[in-house]
Design a protein around this ligand. Structure first.
Ligand code: 3PY
Length: 367
């Protein structure tokens, strides 16, 4: 074996490359790829223990590889060989990876932040309009052989008492509250202002003055509702919930944000609010949401994400005011390709420069 061959880094590939084949081919020219043969979490952990992945420098993982490995929690991170120094995640949200467990083992983690912004904001826009206009009720009725609630004959005869979908609301002039103003939130703000003439308020722990300036330059009417000092965020949240006609959840899922929207928060909202969630299901308490929908406190919701994917709360499935999409926020050829290419650029930087293009914010000081 030549010294060059001996020094070729090894990559543990968790999942498959679906789109960015050219970029991946270049990686295979400088590294060896190892794939697990196991088909369950316990087998995968045993495969790690067998030494099959020893001397791998990094693990490249897709969103769907969680189906094999389960959560990358303390147990799984400890099972990885000590040679693993990087976990390259294909996706913006990395809540399935325990960052403290990685940090403790000196493993750096990257995600694909801005690559997802356009497609996810487009999905939010679709859900927003659909939920405001009650399109789901009409669309469901059609598939049940009804025209806006009645069968063909009842409609032709102009029969009274047909249960029509409720009249929708126009977005123009309404306030969209964005909880978690990152790349997706800003892209959504720009789109709703331009396409629908909505006003935007937002809440982050820290005000993003530069982001505000950029959005104002695009004609967006925008206000940060957080307050300074202790209690500022809680006060801001009350304002955001109380003043929004539509609330969009765009914050990452972590210990602080899990169920940030639950019974108490629903009670603070304007009655009849519309909620959109393209972030992660568990930022909202699903059982409490079902109750808030049933009571009419929440008029309608547009959801792309769920607490226990792929399982969906029966109360959501049964409610015609719930517009449901099965986690398709980034499900476009262009965006999935962009995400893979972004992740592969992290692979290359790790191998060639010993650093990451987009290390997760919690590990910025490890770069
Ligand atoms: O990038 C993400 O976090 C997604 O949810 C895409 O599936």
């Amino acid at each position: 074996m030549s010294s060059e061959e001996r020094q070729r880094p090894k990559i543990l590939l968790l999942g498959t490359i679906e789109h960015a084949h050219d970029a991946w081919k270049q990686v295979t020219e400088i590294a060896d790829i190892i794939q697990p043969t196991s088909s369950s979490r316990s087998d995968f952990i045993a495969e790690c223990a067998s030494g099959a992945f020893d001397s791998c420098l990094l693990a490249y993982r897709t969103f769907d590889s969680t189906l094999l490995t389960g959560l990358l929690n303390q147990e799984l991170i400890s099972a990885l060989p000590p040679s693993i120094k990087y976990i390259i995640h294909v996706g913006a949200g990395y809540d399935v990876i325990s960052i403290p467990a990685c940090t403790a083992r000196g493993i750096r983690v990257s995600n694909t932040p801005s690559a997802v912004d356009e497609a996810t904001a487009d999905c939010a826009l679709f859900l927003l309009l659909g939920a405001m206009r009650n399109f789901n009720a009409g669309m469901t009725a059609l598939r049940l052989g009804q025209w806006r609630g009645g069968d063909e004959e009842q409609v032709r005869n102009g029969e009274k008492g047909i249960k029509m979908p409720a009249l929708g609301r126009d977005p123009r002039g309404k306030t969209l509250g964005i909880l978690g103003m990152g790349g997706i939130g800003k892209t959504l703000a720009s789109k709703v202002a331009g396409a629908f003439g909505m006003k935007v308020t937002y809440l982050n722990r820290r005000r993003d003055e530069e982001g505000e300036r950029e959005l104002r330059d695009q004609g967006v009417e925008i206000e940060w509702v957080g307050g300074d000092g202790e209690g500022g965020f809680e006060e801001g949240l009350k304002r955001l919930l109380g003043e929004s006609d539509v609330l969009s959840l765009n914050l990452p899922l972590n210990a602080e944000t899990r169920h940030i929207i639950s019974t108490k928060e629903f009670a603070l909202m304007k009655r009849g609010i519309v909620i959109i969630n393209t972030a992660r299901g568990a930022v909202m308490d699903e059982a409490a949401l079902v109750e808030a929908l049933e009571s009419g406190q929440v008029h309608s919701v547009g959801l792309d994400v769920y607490e226990n994917e792929p399982e969906i709360h029966r109360g959501l499935l049964a409610n015609p005011n719930v517009m449901l999409v099965p986690h398709m926020g980034t499900w476009t050829v262009e965006t999935e390709t962009k995400m893979e290419e972004w992740a592969i650029s992290n692979v290359r930087m790790a191998i060639e420069e010993g650093k990451l293009r987009s290390i997760v914010p919690e590990q910025r000081d490890m770069q």
